[in-house]
Design a protein around this ligand. Structure first.
Ligand code: NAP
Length: 301
């Protein structure tokens, strides 16, 4: 077998962001300044770090970011009012609601309140449904990033057998939908799947999105499989706190043809695709406004 390839998420994210920057520049030449509104409710430390990183990345690629920090005691109604205002604000192209929300807020109602065309996380049911129908919609950022890495690594994905481990709404299910759209044969495993190792060993491509540190080792993998590790798990190792994936990297490495590390694999792709979705949303809104103006002209003349 060839030497296993390390899939470099940082380099791939830089490629995506380079293209985003070019798209932002070309929109600015048409007097359109792409803008992302980020809503954070409460002061969860991890969420604050995520929000700060997203805002920094937006600035780097020329996307204007508008931060809305709401207090922990914000009600669902107050949050819905802010979302409604942002939905109608034509200077805002994308709305990101940082999750998790405090327990008293109705998360589903809040996500469903975001206009589908501004839903840069791809969590609105209209986008979820569109993705499962194979339409081009704003798709969730992490699975979109995984698909990009797979296309870079494997080239043509048609006919490959992909096993997705995990069926969450934010990673596993949209990942499966994107892989089906790319003409893979897809198996989705979850906590109730009997003998997941045996099913996983049939896969050309494995996407691990479980949230269990180092669950997947070589015994789960077909020799030469391509492995994308979405998991981010903090563990104590020799008295040191560090991040590991759902895949036992050292154990799996000699067995695979390519694998993402944790950190430095999927993580950077998520923010890159958030920026890409914001620019895509701006382009879609520009297109919709043009179509409306053309329809108006046709009705007048
Ligand atoms: P989640 O909502 O907790 O879902 C985990 C999934 O794994 C569930 O579908 C669960 O099955 C399944 N599962 C649990 N134990 C299993 C087992 N032993 N065998 C097979 N399946 C099993 O997690 P998530 O939000 O999808 O996130 C998954 C991981 O990805 C986490 O570590 C998270 O931190 C990470 N993540 C990373 C990024 C990034 O940017 N890199 C983004 C999002 C998430 P059931 O449905 O039956 O319970």
């Amino acid at each position: 077998m060839n030497v296993p390839r390390l899939i470099d998420g940082k380099a791939a994210a830089a490629q995506v962001l380079f293209q985003v920057r070019k798209d932002v520049d070309s929109l600015r030449e048409q007097d359109i300044q792409p803008a992302l509104a980020v809503i954070l409710v409460g002061s969860d430390p991890a969420s604050q770090v995520y929000v700060r990183n997203k805002i920094l990345r937006a600035e780097e690629v020329g996307i204007r970011s508008v931060e809305h920090r709401l207090s922990l005691d914000t009600s669902t109604e107050q949050l819905l009012n802010l979302i409604a205002t942002l939905n109608t604000d034509r200077s805002i192209n994308g709305i990101l609601l940082q999750l998790p929300l405090p327990a008293h807020i109705d998360e589903l109602r809040a996500l469903e309140a975001i206009a589908p065309g501004k839903d840069v996380d791809g969590f609105h049911s209209e986008n979820v449904g569109g993705l499962s129908q194979g339409r081009t919609v704003l798709a969730p950022c992490t699975p979109s990033g995984c698909l990009y890495l797979l296309e870079q690594t494997c080239g043509d994905l048609r006919g490959k057998h992909a096993v997705v481990i995990g069926r969450s709404n934010i990673v596993g299910k949209p990942m499966a939908a994107l892989l089906l759209k790319a003409d893979c044969s897809v198996t989705v495993l979850h906590s109730r799947s009997p003998d997941p190792q045996a099913l996983c060993r049939q896969a050309d491509i494995v996407i691990a999105a479980v949230g269990r540190p180092r669950l997947i080792d070589a015994s789960w993998l077909k020799p030469g499989a391509v492995v994308i590790d979405v998991g981010i798990n903090r563990i104590e190792d020799d008295g040191r706190s560090r991040l590991v994936g759902d895949v036992d990297f050292d154990n799996a490495l000699p067995h695979v043809s390519a694998i993402t590390p944790v950190p430095g694999g999927v993580g950077p792709m998520t923010i890159a695709f958030l920026m890409k979705n914001t620019v895509t949303a701006a382009l879609m809104q520009q297109q919709a406004q043009r179509s409306q103006s053309e329809a108006l002209c046709r009705s007048i003349y």
